[in-house]
Ligand binder design. Structure first.
Ligand SMILES: [Zn+2]
Length: 151
């Protein structure tokens, strides 16, 4: 599944969600921007994927968790150390811009192994995320989807 960076998010939805932008949806054939990425970005995203207690009152950016999970679209690797890699998406709030980014959890692998360079706005938003603040990505996503008109 390939979506251009900063395109409207519509994965598995009848119409795109407003104010939700794609980041890091790579496939094995399309080109993507590469570059040197701050190790702090990778550390932060990895921390956001680590097993925090789920539920209200805690920070949890993971949503759309699936069993099994996806292999890397670029190299085919699977069976990652962190079981959430390839098995969920990450919702990243950009409170200053008033929108969200959605990245596949494989973005940590794309950064570390394929030199994927995400858009600057995403990098800034990730670095500004306050993981001490309650955040329930699945509840936010469900509420956004609930605003969509029926089929
Ligand atoms: Zn890979």
């Amino acid at each position: 599944m390939v979506y251009a960076d900063l395109s409207p998010y519509e994965y598995c939805l009848p119409i795109a969600l407003p104010d939700v932008l794609n980041v890091g949806w790579l496939d094995g054939s399309s080109s993507f921007s590469r570059g040197v990425v701050s190790p702090r970005l990778l550390e932060k995203l990895t921390a956001m994927l680590d097993a925090w207690p789920a539920g209200a009152g805690f920070f949890d950016a993971r949503f759309n968790l699936v069993r099994g999970g996806h292999a890397c679209a670029v190299c085919g690797m699977s069976g990652f150390h962190n079981p959430y890699v390839g098995a969920c998406e990450l919702l990243v709030p950009d409170r200053e811009a008033g929108h969200y980014f959605v990245a596949p959890s494989l973005v940590v692998h794309y950064l570390s192994e394929h030199a994927y360079q995400p858009p600057a706005g995403f990098v800034d938003a990730v670095m500004r995320v306050d993981m001490q603040r309650p955040f329930d990505a699945q509840a936010i996503y469900d509420a956004l989807v609930a605003t969509q008109p029926p089929d």
